[in-house]
Write a protein that binds this ligand. Structure first.
Ligand code: FE2
Length: 430
């Protein structure tokens, strides 16, 4: 049998070394040492890390790469970002949304990011973003798994046609029900919106992913309602709470009751470290809160935690490059997750955990999984995050779809001319 692709001598994300990966017809045929077979293409990984692709479970592709349109966010706050997006919305066209999104998808592929869940604003009566991103989902189908969330950005009850538009978007083929309870007019309206949106998802057999409590207000407790509604409607494992930043500021006793409720309902938690370290704490003087949700504590209760990118060059965030290793790095810094085990966990927060939250079929590096993976210029997960390692090869369906040359530097020092490989600095022990 001739393989389509054979990868030799890989270090795997789970710690195995010297492993070969055989790919045929878009799937992984075997993952073991010493595979010798004919292959259309052979890659010598030479002890580099081969990992399942990066996964971003929280993004806004309708807004990406719009930085400066129609102006910059002067205060840097979430609320000015929402207002600015409102100004831009009326000038959006389907073509412009699709063009920016496709440009971002190219960047994502080059970074080994092959599955993205994007929220799409449904509070524009023309549903411009929905139309644009449905088009993009089709165009990128062969190389990016794109999930769309119907997101009532201006509030389900605060925006006149939000529910009608959200239903229309779902009818048009948007995959998931979104929400933003902390932005409704009152706490009661927020709780009602959570219940209503979960009911819509239950009726249609869909998943839910809500912007939930993206605020520094410790009394913003919609995650409690989200866990309750998940439980009541039997939506276990199909619901995600995104951001959850108010948990950072909540009373510890209350959190000790909340965490087991989230775990019991199997609600996935999605933190967005780059965005929330910049947006939260804006009303604080000093000390300034970090505003990231309680990642180690959620982990200790067995909650599935992911890190999302959220924004790249848009009204909320002027930085970003589609690099999920940067996201993981910020997440572990903000959460002070610095043990070796914690850093490996942070890597899983941008790979296996979001894949689970998104319910991706065939994700992983096992026999029978999709032949999708990334060869990185690093030996292991820790080094990959530390170096924001170069994606040497990005493989989709057993084919190389992107490649970047190794990053090295030539030094012209008169006493010691040399070449520096950033991945050649090993720790003394692990
Ligand atoms: Fe978001």
């Amino acid at each position: 049998m001739t393989l389509d692709l054979l990868v030799k001598n890989a270090n795997l994300h789970d710690g195995r070394t010297g492993i070969d990966i055989a790919c045929k017809d878009g799937r992984i045929e075997a993952v073991e040492a010493g595979i010798n077979a004919e292959a259309g293409e052979t890659i010598d990984a030479a002890g580099k890390l081969v990992s399942p692709p990066f996964v971003d479970s929280h993004f806004h592709m309708d807004a990406t790469l719009s930085l400066g349109l129609p102006r910059m966010n002067r205060s840097g706050t979430l609320l000015e970002g929402i207002a600015l997006w409102g100004e831009l919305k009326e000038f959006l066209t389907v073509e412009a949304v699709a063009e920016r999104a496709l440009k971002y998808c190219d960047l994502a592929v080059s970074q080994g990011l092959l599955a993205i869940r994007t929220h799409v604003d449904v509070c524009d009566d023309r549903l411009t973003g929905v139309k644009g991103l449905l088009e993009v989902r089709e165009k990128v189908r062969d190389y990016i798994d794109l999930q769309l969330v119907a997101f009532p950005q201006d509030g389900l009850y605060r925006s006149a046609n939000a529910e009608k538009n959200l239903i229309t978007a779902l009818d048009m083929g948007v995959d998931i029900v979104g929400g933003i309870p902390h932005f409704e007019r009152t706490m009661d309206d927020g709780a009602r919106s959570v219940a209503r949106l979960c009911e819509i998802a239950a009726e249609r057999g869909l998943m839910v992913d809500m912007h939930c409590d993206e605020t520094d207000d410790p009394m913003s407790r919609h995650i409690e309602t989200l866990a309750y509604e998940t439980q009541r409607l039997g939506l276990h494992g199909r619901v995600a709470g995104s951001h959850l930043t108010s948990m950072h500021s909540m009373d510890n006793y209350y959190v000790s009751k909340l965490l087991p409720l989230i775990a019991e309902a199997e609600v996935h938690a999605i933190a967005n470290p780059l965005i929330n370290i910049t947006l939260q704490g804006r009303h604080d003087t000093y000390p300034k809160r970090r505003g990231q949700t309680r990642v180690p504590e959620l982990r200790s209760y067995g909650v599935n935690v992911s890190f999302g990118h959220d924004c790249v060059m848009d009204p909320w965030y002027s930085m970003g490059s589609g690099d999920m290793l940067e996201v993981a790095s910020m997440g572990l810094h903000v959460a002070q997750m610095t043990s070796r085990d914690d850093i490996r966990y942070a890597y899983d927060c941008v790979t296996a955990h979001p894949a689970k939250a998104m319910g991706l079929e065939g994700y992983g590096l096992e026999k029978g999984c999709k032949a999708d993976f990334v060869v990185l210029q690093a030996r292991d997960k820790i080094e990959a995050i530390r170096l924001k390692a170069t994606r040497l090869k990005v493989v989709k369906g057993g084919k190389v779809i992107a490649a970047t040359p190794e990053r090295t530097a030539d030094l012209f020092l008169t006493d010691r001319p040399s070449t520096v490989d950033p991945s050649s600095y090993a720790p003394n022990e692990d």
